[in-house]
Design a protein. Structure first.
Length: 395
């Protein structure tokens, strides 16, 4: 059966109980295959070495009639040249699997590894989109050379982002190692490439004067009251900014004075309990009054979800002059400072490990399921009282 193809006539082809093949009048091989389920697909029908063959072009909902005619004509010409278009298409698909583009390889890494094993997989996606895919998107992953990796990283460093260059290199290296482990490719262009920039491990611990300056400076800083309280809570409890930023009120128990951080929000994937000292409870009471109807402690100003972690360092950098005598500092310094001062007060490293929720992979830890809640409570109360004395002596 043959009809004149238009979008309307194709849409009007009736669906029957048997599969149909409707040819275009004078289409020279272009046809629409219609299944009993109603799926309509453009195909090109041709003979090769005496056998009738069907080259699938695409669903009529995905491919325009104009494009279908163009592809059909290309397929017809190849067949007339003595080539088998269907075989070429199959070989190209196999080649794509065996020798994928960098984009295809990166997508496979995101879907099959990063999403399953990394909470920060979205950051990997962002790095790829920002700096890697614009250059290597359609390149065969196996064709990328060491020199190209070096030049890409140098571009990122030259624009003033040395740490971003380090993170990008680490991501590229992970993607290629992933591919080698899965036997997708055999070699990585990252061999012999050094980390583009040196990173200094931060060991900043704030002294009492700096703690006072930051605490009272926050009161005068030009940042949201929520971010001010989050930073103070980091210092009071020693917990991570990401865990506070994602906290919901249902996790806070004002009757028992405990905060239960669910495994999905903790860095090591383990549920963690944090005792809330009187100073912490005062801050939380103040925080609750700011957004009494929100499920989040720190709701996004956009009205959906919680605040982003990126807003915290930006808020600090905008207010450096407010924190007199402190100099450069970051939010994580508050957590380190809390731990160091507690240690100086006599809190053991073991209990600090429990307070900070550091992973203990020792054999003993496997069998030791004691929560050490009493010890954590005592330590955080002592630190809260000590901190209250520090900030009260402001002059």
């Amino acid at each position: 059966m043959a009809i004149k193809f238009t979008k309307v006539t194709i849409d009007q082809i009736p669906v029957t109980e048997k599969r149909q093949l409707i040819y275009e009048e004078n289409g020279k091989g272009l046809a629409v295959r219609v299944t009993p389920a109603g799926t309509k697909t453009f195909v090109h029908v041709y003979r090769f070495e005496g056998k009738l063959k069907f080259y699938t072009i695409g669903k009529t909902t995905d491919v325009s009639l104009k494009d279908a005619r163009k592809i059909s004509n290309e397929v017809r010409n190849k067949a007339l040249e003595g080539k088998d278009p269907s075989l070429e298409k199959q070989l190209a698909k196999i080649n794509s699997i065996n020798d994928p583009t960098f984009e295809s390889l990166a997508n496979e890494y995101i879907e099959k590894y990063a999403k399953k094993h990394k909470k920060t997989w979205k950051k990997d996606q962002q790095m790829l989109k920002a700096d890697v895919l614009p250059k290597w998107k359609k390149r065969k992953a196996s064709s990328i050379k060491r020199r190209e990796v070096v030049l890409l990283l140098e571009e990122i460093v030259d624009r003033g982002a040395p740490i971003a260059a380090n993170r990008t290199f680490a991501l590229i290296r992970r993607i290629y190692n992933f591919a080698i482990e899965r036997d997708i490719i055999q070699h990585t262009p990252c061999v012999g490439v050094k980390m583009p920039s040196k990173e200094n491990k931060r060991d900043r611990v704030l002294n009492e004067q700096e703690i006072r300056s930051i605490w009272h400076g926050l009161d005068n800083a030009t940042m949201s009251p929520e971010v001010k309280i989050l930073l103070k809570l980091m210092l009071v409890t020693g917990q991570r900014k990401g865990e506070w930023a994602k906290a919901r009120w249902e996790e806070i128990n004002f009757k028992t004075n405990w905060w239960v951080i669910p495994a999905i929000n903790s860095k090591n994937g383990v549920t963690h309990t944090v005792y809330l000292s009187p100073l912490a409870l005062e801050l939380l009471t103040e925080l609750r009054a700011l957004n009494p109807k929100s499920e989040w402690l720190f709701p996004s100003p956009k009205g959906v979800g919680h605040i982003t972690l990126e807003c915290i360092p930006r808020a600090i950098s905008r207010n450096t002059k407010v924190f007199e005598g402190v100099g450069s500092w970051v939010a994580h310094d508050l957590r380190r400072t809390a731990a160091t001062h507690m240690s100086a007060m006599g809190v053991s490293r073991f209990i600090l490990q429990k307070i900070l929720n550091h992973t203990d992979s020792s054999v003993t830890a496997v069998y030791d399921r004691h929560s050490y809640d009493d010890e954590k409570t005592e330590s955080l109360i002592l630190w809260g009282d000590k901190l209250r004395v520090m900030i009260a002596s402001w002059s």
